[in-house]
Design a protein around this ligand. Structure first.
Ligand SMILES: [Zn+2]
Length: 373
């Protein structure tokens, strides 16, 4: 469906959103790649800025083994238009193009280093970030995954002690169960590289949760946490399956759960946090433009709402901007509650959570002092 341009609306002035400590619970590291860096890397590696499979196979749109059609050359593109797309399918192709531009561990190190700079500048204090190693190796079969993870983690650790970042590698639905199992096994050997769990993204309609019961059970058996995108393209049943079949501890998006009161009740009673990304939901058509975003509905219905930015660079947004949108519409008390929810929803150690609570309290108290003086 055609999408409005520019992707992001006017900036909304807000006091709390800028200063409140921020928590990334739904952020794809690859989706933070600065557009100028994307163009530069694509140019360096001679890959096009657009990815198009020659046909949209019923087996999936990942293009495994397929050839590519170049819609643009890197040299002719401008940084500010590199991330234009229309609709969810176009977005997935864009994500593929970004993945193709990252070809070596040093490219991922640069991605992570720039992410850290951008995150610290915004007051992010903690994050559990998605990475997609099976997408990396799909486009670059010779990539050394462990070396790449090491390169990423080395940069992420530079953020300490100001911020702590951990990883939730994605098992990626589109590659099927065998690939998911292989990725889960590989990631279970990388807990020394700050891997704390696994996630599940990709095409939830054609690759439903039931296909991934085994890899998730394996991940759990290795002490890894489990989270899953659901209720984005798929319906409420997809959310329920993510919780009941995969035992997902958090749900990415979950928007379509609103279609079914019993699924909402499941999320609310089990206190399964929802990672909601307002701008992403609008741009992919999951949340209707012109209507209030439904995060407030989830909140009212007793669900645990958290807010993040999904693929902030690709969506031309940021976690600060998402917080600002929420503050301007739902108010500062709601934003504060969602950040509090996010702290509790992390997989951080109790002592780390306590430190985050303290930082939140201090930031809120300082704002109250300023506003009353
Ligand atoms: Zn996502």
């Amino acid at each position: 469906m055609p999408l409005p341009a520019p992707k992001a609306g006017p900036m909304v002035p807000s006091a709390l959103a800028k200063r409140i400590p921020k928590i990334h619970l739904h952020c794809h590291l690859e989706g933070t790649l600065r557009p100028a860096t994307f163009v530069e890397l694509a140019d360096k590696h001679g890959v096009p800025l657009r990815y198009r499979p020659p046909f949209d196979s019923a087996q999936g749109d990942t293009g495994r083994g397929q050839s590519f059609d170049c819609a643009h050359s890197a040299r002719s593109a401008q940084d500010d238009t590199a991330y234009r797309f229309e609709g969810l399918q176009e977005f997935l192709y864009l994500f593929a193009a970004v993945s193709r531009s990252l070809r070596a561990p040093e490219d991922y190190a640069r991605l992570a280093a720039e992410f850290v700079d951008d995150a610290l500048a915004q007051g992010v204090i903690y994050g559990e970030l998605f990475v997609s190693p099976s997408v990396w190796t799909f486009f670059n079969p010779t990539l050394d995954v462990r070396a790449t993870m090491e390169a990423v983690v080395t940069e992420l650790r530079r953020a300490r002690p100001r911020a702590i970042f951990r990883l939730l590698p994605d098992l990626t639905r589109n590659f099927g169960e065998a690939s998911a199992t292989e990725t889960a096994r590989a990631m279970a050997t990388m807990t020394d590289l700050d891997v704390v769990g696994v996630s599940l993204g990709g095409d939830e309609v054609r690759f439903p949760a039931r296909l991934f019961v085994e890899p998730f059970a394996y991940a759990r058996s290795q002490g890894l946490h489990c989270v899953a995108h659901a209720g984005e393209a798929g319906g409420a049943a997809s959310v329920r399956d993510a919780v009941e079949l995969l035992r997902a501890e958090r749900i990415g998006h979950g928007i379509r759960a609103l279609d079914d009161p019993s699924t909402i009740e499941l999320l609310a009673t089990r206190r399964i946090p929802l990672e909601i990304c307002p701008t992403s939901n609008r741009l992919t058509g999951v949340a209707l433009t012109g209507h209030p975003h439904p995060y407030a509905d989830f909140d009212r219905l007793g669900c645990v709402v958290t807010i993040d930015s999904d693929d902030p660079a690709l969506f031309e947004t940021s976690i600060t901007r998402e917080y600002e949108l929420v503050e301007s519409i739902a108010g500062p008390a709601a934003l504060e509650r969602y950040v509090r929810n996010a702290i509790e929803a992390t997989f951080a150690a109790p002592i780390e959570k306590q430190a985050m609570r303290t930082q939140l309290e201090e930031a809120v108290a300082e704002l109250h002092e300023r506003s009353s003086s």
